[in-house]
Design a protein around this ligand. Structure first.
Ligand code: IDP
Ligand code: MG
Length: 140
């Protein structure tokens, strides 16, 4: 299995409830090392840029408003098969459809306020990591 890096974001609904530590434990328990991490408050421009792929979706404006409603924790996770492994432990976008024991099943408030983001492919991971981190910030 390849060692990969993926971009993770702990979203405002989770930072508001101080769930960063509990969520980070989920990553470390499955062998995803937190190789970089920063707590920031996104600007509207930054949120819109990050989610540009969704700019034509009906939920785009609300999603960007939600993402700037409080701090987020942006992080690089590193480990074997990190991209797919993170998506697996995150669970489905809508917590109502998420498997038992996943982060979204256990912590998400709604389909929008669903606690975590994770890159969905190697190409997206590289792009999303470079949106927030320099190579020198990442220590695996
Ligand atoms: P993902 O985060 O599971 O990859 P995406 O389809 O990429 O899901 O959507 C990005 C984010 O947009 C979701 O995590 C969620 O916060 C929000 N979102 C997606 N679909 C909806 C929706 O139907 N209503 C409201 N928000 C949504
Ligand atoms: Mg996505």
């Amino acid at each position: 299995m390849p060692i990969e890096r993926t971009l993770s974001i702990i979203k405002p609904d989770a930072t508001r409830r101080d769930l960063t530590g509990k969520i980070n434990t989920r990553f470390e328990e499955v062998g995803l090392r937190i190789a970089a991490q920063r707590r920031i408050h996104l600007t509207l421009d930054q949120a819109q840029g990050f989610y540009a792929v969704h700019k034509d979706r009906a939920f785009f404006d609300d999603l960007c408003k939600f993402m700037i409603s409080g701090p987020v924790v942006v992080q690089v996770l590193e480990g074997e098969n990190a991209i797919a492994k993170n998506r697996e432990i995150m669970g489905a976008t809508n917590p109502a459809n998420a498997d038992q024991g996943t982060i979204r099943k256990d912590f998400a408030e709604s389909i929008e306020a669903n606690s975590v983001h994770g890159s969905d492919s190697p190409k997206t991971a590289a792009l999303e990591i470079s949106y927030f981190f320099n190579e020198l910030d990442i220590v695996g």
